[in-house]
Design a protein around this ligand. Structure first.
Ligand SMILES: NC(=O)c1ccc[n+]([C@@H]2O[C@H](COP(=O)([O-])OP(=O)(O)OC[C@H]3O[C@@H](n4cnc5c(N)ncnc54)[C@H](OP(=O)(O)O)[C@@H]3O)[C@@H](O)[C@H]2O)c1
Length: 211
């Protein structure tokens, strides 16, 4: 049986991913925010200690925060609130992948998926994205970190996925797709029903997005 570890699995896309992997018979380590805080070194280390020696086939870095309310105009503007966006979206996923490397090497899947965003790209930098620069910049930073991770560890495939505009707390009520549709697409990418390149940003259907 293959094992997947999903962060941010208490709501939205993470919860939908948990459901699809469970349905497909995977051993699913689905971590809610209160079990794993990816912005907290101690929380990550505790988890890694508990998982010592356990093979993990696929790590999905799904936990994330926006830089303000999904439907509102306000964005993070202080050192502390901006730092939180980068801790959760950029630093946490990389540290977790670093510390789980022995588990990933033991697993057969050898895959790290990081949920990024189309808002991380220069190609989609419009006025809206510019106002929400810290979210986009934090996702751009995680792109860089996780492409670097793939280069540092060529035995592990490190993939960046834009999940689509999904109806969740982050996506808001005007979003275009349900979390189940996005999760099903990501599952198909993980199990290799579609080809996907490492070191590139792709959407949940496997289409490459220009960075
Ligand atoms: N929805 C979209 O349209 C969209 C588009 C592009 C990318 N994304 C990305 O998709 C991912 C999933 O987001 P979502 O849309 O499903 O929104 P969501 O429902 O808000 O899910 C985000 C999850 O991350 C958790 N989380 C927040 N801070 C955390 C921390 N420090 N440690 C661990 N978990 C934490 C949240 O838990 P709490 O709520 O309990 O804090 C929540 O369960 C995020 O990375 C997001 O940036 C979403």
């Amino acid at each position: 049986m293959s094992t997947v570890l999903i962060t941010g699995a208490g709501s939205g896309l993470g919860e939908a991913l948990k459901e699809v992997f469970l349905r497909k018979g995977w051993e699913t380590i689905a971590l809610t925010h209160h079990v794993l805080d990816v912005a907290d070194q101690g929380s990550i280390e505790n988890l890694v200690k508990k998982l010592h020696g356990k093979p993990i086939d696929v790590l999905i870095n799904c936990a994330g925060v926006y830089d303000g309310p999904a439907d509102g105009e306000s964005t993070a503007t202080t050192v502390d609130t901006l730092a939180e966006v980068f801790k959760v979206n950029s630093i946490g996923p990389k540290i977790l992948a670093d510390l789980l490397l022995p588990n990933l090497v033991k697993g057969k899947g050898k895959l790290v998926v990081t949920i990024s965003s189309v808002m991380s790209t220069y190609s989609k930098l419009d006025d809206y994205a510019a106002r929400h620069w810290s979210y986009g910049a934090s996702k751009m930073a995680v792109n860089y970190a996780m492409i670097s991770y793939g280069k540092e560890h060529p035995e592990i495939k490190s993939v960046l996925i834009h999940p689509g505009w999904v109806k969740t707390k982050i996506g808001g009520k005007d979003a275009l797709i349900e979390s189940s549709e996005s999760a099903a697409g990501i599952y198909n990418l993980v199990v290799g029903k579609k080809n996907y390149p490492a070191g590139k940003l792709i959407d949940y259907r496997g289409k490459i997005i220009k960075l």
